[in-house]
Design a protein around this ligand. Structure first.
Ligand SMILES: Nc1nc2c(ncn2[C@@H]2O[C@H](COP(=O)(O)OP(=O)(O)OP(=O)(O)O)[C@@H](O)[C@H]2O)c(=O)[nH]1
Ligand SMILES: [Mg+2]
Length: 307
């Protein structure tokens, strides 16, 4: 009789914790998560409100697992989509083991950061503060900022670092590994994210939309993958729709003679080939769906768990 394979023993001293990354838009939350887990899971751009729904990235170390939750930047909500983004983040603050709040140290604290600090105070979570983008600033200006942050009494630790260059990120990792609670791992050892593949593909395409367009257009677009197939030669065929809010935005997305579509399509295909490790055939359409940011059905399809 053959033996039934047993799952590997989990060491008794295993630690595993959920850590939310929060802060106003553009402070570098997604960049930091990607840097810490060593791979790109969450898309990044210099346009605020790049991240639209919580994205988990998993860090695996010896007898340790950290499940990061990258969250949408906290901001004043104008559309249903944005209200949901802030509501989800606020709820998350109470659910995780630890919160890592981020601020852009090169800009100092502004009203947006203070709004985040108020949310943290209300939630009463265990919180660390990351002062990000130290590569952009003179070191003398860091100390007064650390002082100011310490005076809020909100943070158990303050870590200045550069999410982009990786400087001092190992310090943050060490602090997190020490502070997460005892418990078994939540995810298998080879899993870096639980983002479903269709959503990951849509995000990669949206990242190229953000890079290629400017100002109002990025916030007014959504990407949805409508078909995803792989044929026997290993070619992945992806049909995706870019939703715009208005005809004028559709015009910008298509561009003169279809040039903008071509730029986005080519860049997205390259990024998808790198991500999937296969050849990709990408068919992209632009459709107008007025008011989609207030449309619960679309928001749900986009991965925002609307309650
Ligand atoms: N110089 C520098 N730039 C950084 C650093 N971290 C992030 N950035 C840049 O800041 C911009 C925003 O980064 P994201 O990681 O998308 O910021 P975010 O906080 O996730 O933004 P939202 O998802 O919109 O809330 C991008 O252009 C990044 O390259 C850093 O340490 N140094
Ligand atoms: Mg982000």
């Amino acid at each position: 009789m053959s033996e039934v394979p047993q799952p590997p023993e989990i060491p008794e001293d295993f630690r595993c914790g959920f850590v939310a990354l929060v802060g106003r838009a553009n402070v570098g939350k997604s960049t930091l998560m990607n840097q810490l887990i060593g791979t790109k899971v969450s898309i990044v751009s210099d346009v605020p409100q790049t991240t639209r729904f919580p994205i988990r990235g998993i860090l695996h170390r010896d007898r340790r697992q950290v499940v990061f939750i990258d969250t949408p930047g906290v901001h004043k909500p104008r559309y249903r989509m944005n209200q949901e983004m802030v509501r989800l983040t606020t709820r998350l603050l109470r659910e995780v083991d630890l919160v890592v709040a981020l601020a852009d140290a090169s800009e100092g604290f502004g009203p947006g950061d203070r709004f985040v600090f108020d949310l943290l105070r209300d939630a009463g979570s265990r919180t660390l503060l990351v002062l990000n983008k130290v590569d952009l600033m003179r070191r003398e200006t860091l100390l007064p900022l650390i002082d100011e942050a310490a005076k809020t009494g909100l943070f158990q630790e303050i870590v200045p670092l550069s999410a982009l260059s990786g400087e001092n990120c190992e310090r943050l990792e060490a602090v997190l590994l020490e502070r997460i609670p005892a418990g078994p791992p939540h995810f298998p050892p080879d899993m870096l994210t639980d983002l479903p593949q269709r959503l990951a593909i849509a995000e990669i395409i949206r990242e190229q939309v953000l890079k290629a367009t400017r100002q109002e257009v990025p916030h007014a677009t959504a990407v949805m993958v409508e078909r995803l197939t792989t044929d026997e030669s290993g070619l992945t065929r992806i049909d995706a729709v870019i939703y715009a809010d208005k005809d004028s935005q559709k015009g910008i997305l298509i561009g003169a003679g279809g040039r903008m579509m071509k730029t986005i399509g080519t860049a997205a295909r390259h990024a998808l080939e790198a991500h999937l490790g296969t050849k990709v055939y990408l068919a992209l359409w632009v459709k107008v769906r007025e008011g989609w940011r207030d449309d619960a059905e679309i928001l749900r399809l986009l991965g925002l768990p609307i309650g």
